[in-house]
Design a protein around this ligand. Structure first.
Ligand SMILES: *Cc1c(COP(=O)(O)O)cnc(C)c1O
Length: 374
């Protein structure tokens, strides 16, 4: 028996929609599922526009391009995130500035964001890490005061809320991932949402080889990109979106069961849900006291030996080989001590939507035994 770290919930609804798409969504009907999915997603966010894409990485890339960000510009990102948050910044020729995270939410710290601002700062990409939320009011106020655009990386945050507003609705654009490990999945896929008609038009143009929607002449105005998802993926996404409340309830049930078994035991701490936040708990994450002495890589190996598939908390981006040449790589740990500290002592626990309570009990027992044996 092996317990996977993540995994989707697929029902007859998903299978029915995908079957219908592969059967009927061709010729004049090739866009029917994209249109339904995009409209429903924009509605879920309370925004005017959504564009379905092949990935969240492409959504961040398009957001940066549409905002006109390029060489000479700086974009602030949290230290603790997947590299996809930062890679598109490098790809457009701008410089990612890694800022420290908040010790409670593990998301971008508003104070660290403010301290990272220079005259070159054009945008910030806060991340709704593991389904949690940063201090959006503070981040929005700082960004507005300095005329900095917000791209919200809600890849892990679908279904979360901050003061009743949904994850993905806090920036000039909000971006999502539908990768197979994510709460709402299309296998691979992503989406960018915005309320701004100019950004929307520009992104539609850039994602279709530099031509306007509906243009059937091969007279492209710019060299651009080809970022689309298939109708089968859009059909899968629509079915998943219609089940979003159920998916989030599933994630919260998994978290609640872990919480009852682990919170406060052996110096363990789980994902935070501060007042005003509704956490969608994409990945249940455990952070332990310094005193226990466990290294995350070793603990992960021990869990693996018991058939439990975990993931390390993200490594601080400024410390990974991909950013070895970054101007701040040399003294990154001093610049961002909270991220470096937390990253060394945390794991994502199995959080798949098909996880049973018995499996959660088993994971909790193994983990507590390891901590008690140390
Ligand atoms: C998964 C993820 C992405 C990238 O999503 P893709 O769809 O794989 O491009 C970006 N940011 C964060 C925080 C993620 O977790």
């Amino acid at each position: 028996m092996r317990i996977p770290v993540s995994g989707p919930s697929i029902t007859a609804r998903e299978i029915g929609y995908v079957t219908d798409a592969v059967t009927n969504a061709w010729y004049a009907s090739h866009n029917i599922y994209h249109e339904k999915f995009e409209r429903a997603f924009a509605e879920h966010l309370g925004l005017a526009h959504a564009i379905a894409l092949p990935s969240c990485t492409s959504a961040i890339h398009l957001s940066l391009l549409a905002l006109g960000i390029g060489p000479g510009d700086e974009v602030v990102v949290p230290e603790l995130t997947w590299i996809a948050t930062a890679a598109p910044i490098s790809q457009v020729g701008a410089l990612p500035i890694f800022a420290d995270v908040d010790p409670e939410t593990w998301c971008l710290s508003a104070a660290a964001f403010e301290a990272a601002i220079t005259p070159r700062t054009r945008a910030v990409i806060p991340v709704d890490l593991y389904g949690g939320m940063p201090d959006w009011s503070a981040i929005q106020a700082i960004a507005a005061a300095h005329d900095i655009a917000i791209i919200e990386d809600a890849a892990e945050g679908v279904g979360a809320r901050y003061e009743s507003r949904p994850a993905g609705s806090f920036g000039a654009t909000g971006v999502f991932s539908f990768h197979g490990s994510k709460t709402l999945t299309t296998g691979e896929g992503g989406l960018v949402a915005t309320d701004d008609p100019a950004l929307h038009q520009r992104m539609l143009f850039l994602r279709d080889h530099g031509r306007g929607p509906g243009d059937r002449m091969f007279h492209n105005a710019e060299v651009a990109y080809k970022y689309k998802m298939s109708s089968m993926q859009a059909a899968l996404g629509l079915a998943q979106l219609e089940r979003l409340p159920e998916l989030i309830e599933g994630k919260r049930r998994v978290f609640e069961h872990y919480r009852r078994r682990l919170q406060g035991r052996s110096g363990l701490r789980l994902n935070a849900e501060p007042p005003g936040v509704f956490n969608s708990y994409w990945m249940v994450t455990v952070v332990w006291d310094h005193a226990s002495g466990w290294k995350k890589e070793v603990l992960m190996q021990e869990m693996d030996r018991k058939g439990i598939d975990c993931r390390p908390i993200f490594y601080p981006l400024s410390g990974i080989p991909a950013y070895a040449a970054h101007p701040f790589a040399a003294n990154a740990a001093e610049r961002n001590p909270v991220a470096y500290d937390i990253s060394a002592r945390g794991l994502n626990l199995p959080s798949g939507l098909n996880l049973t309570e018995d499996e959660i009990d088993y994971v909790a027992d193994v983990l507590l035994n390891l901590f008690e044996s140390m």
